[in-house]
Design a protein around this ligand. Sequence first.
Ligand code: SF4
Length: 309
Amino acid sequence: VGLRTRRELFIRLGIIDDPDIPTLHKRTIRSWSALAQKRMKEGGRFRSAFWGGMFPAGDVKHCGRAAMYGLLNLPETEPDHPKLMATSQAGKDVENQIIGIWREAGLSIAGENEDQLRLQDPRYWYSAALDDVLDLRPEVNFVVPVDVKSKKDDVINEMKVGLIEADPRHRAQVIGYIHVCRLKHNEIWGDTGLEPSRGGFVYYVSRDNPANAFAFWVPYVEDEVADALKLLSDWKEKFTSGELPERPKDWRWTEQPCKWCDFKKRCKADVKEGVTSLADSVAVAQAKEIRPEYDVQKIHARVLQRWAA
Ligand code: SF4
């Protein structure tokens, strides 16, 4: 068919608008951006726990500074990009499809609530919202927690042939799930005949074709859990005493976990200023500029109060 004129080409490429038709795509992108701004202003839910994805298990760098910044409930400094918002929403939709399938098949033992099953270990301020917990008898006779992660179709295919490994942070998250499932076993599943969890899955699902997936098995290893709990205990003590842990000197800003860290700019500024206390953090001063009502003492007290109760 071919584009006859340069003007047609520019219209097709989105460089100029066609004056004869409405600009639907531009308006859609503007709507995404407006939504991102709105969410940024509103802020998310108050965080008073080390959440599921932070469980510091396994052979991966877990950052205590990021854990502290998280509990400070700092306001966002930049709105999310439309691509991030859209893929994250698509991921949630796919996760819901998969969980719906498990429920329909009678595999789910996470309860009938619409919300995810929330389990906590208050001793370590740990709180996890589990995607699902399954009964996979007769293959195994124990509780199997699962975290569903969505990926591009190519990534799933490469995982299947061993070109890409599961993300160690996802593995760590499932270890945290296994830990809380074991902790709450008698209370929740004591009369099911199932034994306490001895493993779980990261279930990687294709966003393009949710029937394409790769199930990555995570076994329960007692020592790994014990080490992670020690680290959580250390973070809890640091937050209680208002201390900002030192950044390990051998970490690089361009590598994980710093590379994509939400707090990178603020963390860098704190390193530069030699800040060692949460209240003195550059992030706290910046939070007050963005939200004048931000009060670090009140936030600190609110976190402690939750766990005192
Ligand atoms: S930038 Fe790196 S050291 Fe700083 S909070 Fe983030 S992960 Fe931790």
